[in-house]
Design a protein around this ligand. Structure first.
Ligand SMILES: [Zn+2]
Length: 143
């Protein structure tokens, strides 16, 4: 085997793996300097979770979705601070709210996606951080 040469069979596996779990990407330095808390997140591009999130919303994919400490971004998604901060708040939800995924789904079923209190909180968090305000506390259902 020659180093640096991609064997077609391995390229196929790599594409499959990327479709399933995405690929790790580094947060742009300027964003990490402005919002250091974004460095706590594992960022990946692509992956099956984006499609599953999209299916739940009746669309092909979503722009971003959070699972634990990992945020999956759709390929080609700009590094928009509002989106990144929104997803960071979901990382905090995962660590602070017991059974967060289940509660999130219940919120969406009862209130709908846009009025899901975790979505409202993530939007408020992003707005506050973009304005330079300190992060609001986590007064959330189930927290
Ligand atoms: Zn969200």
């Amino acid at each position: 085997m020659v180093p640096g040469v991609v064997v077609p069979q391995r390229a196929g596996w790599r594409r499959l793996l990327t479709a399933l779990i995405g690929e790790p990407v580094a947060l742009p330095h300027g964003l990490a300097a402005r919002w250091p808390e974004l460095s706590r997140v594992r960022w990946r591009v692509d992956g099956l979770p984006l499609r599953v999130g999209g299916w739940c919303l009746g669309q092909r994919t979503v722009t971003g979705i959070t699972l634990g400490r990992t945020v999956f971004l759709a390929p080609g998604t700009p590094w928009a601070p509002r989106l990144l901060l929104h997803e960071l708040r979901h990382v905090e939800h995962f660590s602070a709210v017991p059974a967060f995924p289940l509660r999130y789904v219940c919120e969406s079923l009862v209130r709908g996606y846009a009025r899901n209190r975790y979505e409202v909180d993530a939007d408020a968090f992003a707005t506050a951080r973009l304005a330079g305000a300190p992060p609001p506390p986590l007064p959330l259902p189930g927290a």
